[in-house]
Design a protein around this ligand. Structure first.
Ligand code: FE2
Ligand code: FE2
Length: 173
C-alpha cells in the first residue's frame, strides 16, 4: 500500500468534492438550457464531464496505490439561480473552493513526503489555474454584457471559445 490512511481519507473526500462539482455544473447547465442559452448550457455540461473525470483520476490513483475507495455523501446541488451572472459566480466560487482543497491535499502530501501523491496532485494544481482563470473571464464577460447582451456572450463563446482550453488549442494550432 503506497498511501497513508490520512491521505486515503483526504483523497476519498476529494473524490466526493469533484463529483459534487460535477453535479453542480449539471445543475448550472440545466438552468442555462431552461433559459434558452444553448452554448452556455453545452459549456457547463462539458465542465460537468471534466469534473467527473477529475473524480475518476483520484479513484484510479487510490486503487493503484492500494487504498480503499469510499465515496462520501455529498450536499445537494444548488438550483434556482437568480441570473446568469449568479450561476457563473457560483461556478467561480466552486473553482476557488476546489483550488483551496487541492492546495490542502498538496500540503498533506508534502508533510508526509508522499512523492507519488505530490506528482499526481501537481496536475490538479496546474488544472485549477486554467479552471479559475477561464471562469473569471466568463464571469466578466457575462457581467459586462448584462441580461440583454447574453446572446453576444453565446456567439462569442461559440466563435472564439476563449473559456475552453480545447478551443484555445484549436485556435492557436
Ligand atoms: Fe475538478
Ligand atoms: Fe473545475
Amino acid at each position: 500500500m503506497l498511501i497513508s490512511s490520512p491521505m486515503n481519507d483526504a483523497l476519498n473526500e476529494q473524490i466526493g468534492n469533484e463529483f459534487a462539482a460535477s453535479l453542480q455544473y449539471v445543475s448550472v447547465a440545466a438552468y442555462f438550457d431552461n433559459e434558452s442559452l444553448p452554448v452556455l448550457a453545452r459549456h457547463f455540461y462539458k465542465q460537468a464531464e471534466e469534473e467527473r473525470e477529475h473524480a475518476m483520476r483520484f479513484v484510479k490513483y487510490v486503487v493503484d496505490a492500494g487504498g480503499q475507495v469510499q465515496i462520501p455523501a455529498m450536499p445537494a446541488a444548488r438550483s434556482g439561480f437568480e441570473s446568469v451572472a449568479d450561476a457563473v459566480q457560483l461556478a467561480l466560487d466552486s473553482e476557488l473552493k476546489v483550488t483551496r482543497q487541492i492546495n490542502g491535499l498538496m500540503d498533506l502530501a508534502i508533510s508526509e513526503r508522499d512523492h507519488l501523491a505530490t506528482s499526481i496532485l501537481q496536475w490538479f494544481v496546474n488544472e485549477q489555474l486554467e479552471e479559475v482563470s477561464s471562469m473569471e473571464t466568463l464571469l466578466k464577460m457575462v457581467q459586462r454584457a448584462g441580461e440583454s447582451g447574453l446572446l453576444f456572450v453565446e456567439s462569442y463563446l461559440q466563435q472564439k471559445g476563449p473559456v475552453s482550453p480545447d478551443a484555445v488549442e484549436i485556435a492557436t494550432s
